[in-house]
Design a protein around this ligand. Structure first.
Ligand SMILES: [Zn+2]
Length: 251
């Protein structure tokens, strides 16, 4: 039997036993996987520069399949995105996007595009595009691909184009007219018209064009407040990377 190889983006790496490393990574074919790199703490030769979170690599996996745990034979680095690692807000945005991509990479028809979107976002952050804009635009894309796309086009209650003042229902994941909001259970978050327009624009855009969007600070803050509450509601917990993002971007 021959080993299998797959493109991968490393999500987390932690020590395992005496000499091994346990690696979670996202792939375009199978979504999120966990693999063990035997003896990788003693000799990193087989994994030169490959076992760093956020690196785009190729992993060679043992031919055994159908297990919960993959065995990593070796890895080859494709792109380490060095510039994004030297800037804390860019690193924070990349960490949030990779954690969310790993959590949402479930639907088989979507995992290829979730992988491609994460890879594109890391490349754009590495090129210096602003994390304030890349984070909300790509978070919305990952949520939509993963089956958690917020409903922004019509009011959840009346089905019409929502009339301001706009609200976002966290449990229902969509937008509401001011007049309809009392009929839908909360929590509700206020959404200003500018934020709503930007998010609608982002949701309808192909991946290649997302780099053109710019979220001014108030729209960034409001979009991220909505996504944070929405993710918390659906996951039942906060994201580890979100605290890091908030720490490195607080005023
Ligand atoms: Zn309505």
């Amino acid at each position: 039997m021959t080993e299998r190889q797959t493109p991968a983006i490393v999500l987390t790496v932690r020590e395992y036993g005496e000499a091994d490393l346990l690696v979670t990574f996202i792939t375009p074919g199978q979504g999120r996987l966990t693999g063990i790199a035997k003896h990788a703490r003693k000799s990193r030769r087989r994994f030169a520069h490959c076992l760093e979170p956020l690196s785009r690599v190729v992993f060679f996996l043992s031919p055994r399949t159908g297990r919960d745990l993959e065995f990593l034979q070796k890895g080859e680095l494709v792109q380490s995105f060095p510039s994004l690692r030297r800037d804390l807000p860019r690193l924070g945005a990349a960490a949030v996007l990779s954690e969310v991509a790993g959590l949402l990479a479930g639907p088989p028809e979507a995992i290829g595009e979730i992988f491609a979107s994460l890879e594109a976002a890391l490349a754009l952050l590495d090129q210096g595009l602003p994390p304030d804009s890349m984070l909300p635009a790509f978070l919305l894309r990952l949520l939509t691909l993963g089956g958690y796309g917020p409903r922004l086009g019509q009011c959840l209650k009346c089905g019409q184009e929502p009339a301001p003042p706009l609200w976002f229902s966290v449990p229902r994941g969509g937008v509401l007219c001011g007049a309809c909001r009392l009929e839908v259970p909360g929590p509700l978050l206020s959404l200003n018209l500018g934020t709503w327009k930007l998010l609608r624009l982002a949701q309808g855009m192909p991946r290649e064009k997302l780099s053109r969007l710019r979220f001014p600070r108030p729209q960034r803050d409001q979009s991220l407040a909505v996504f944070k509450a929405f993710l918390f509601h659906h996951l039942g917990r906060g994201l580890k990377s979100w605290s890091f993002w908030e720490k490195v971007t607080e005023k």
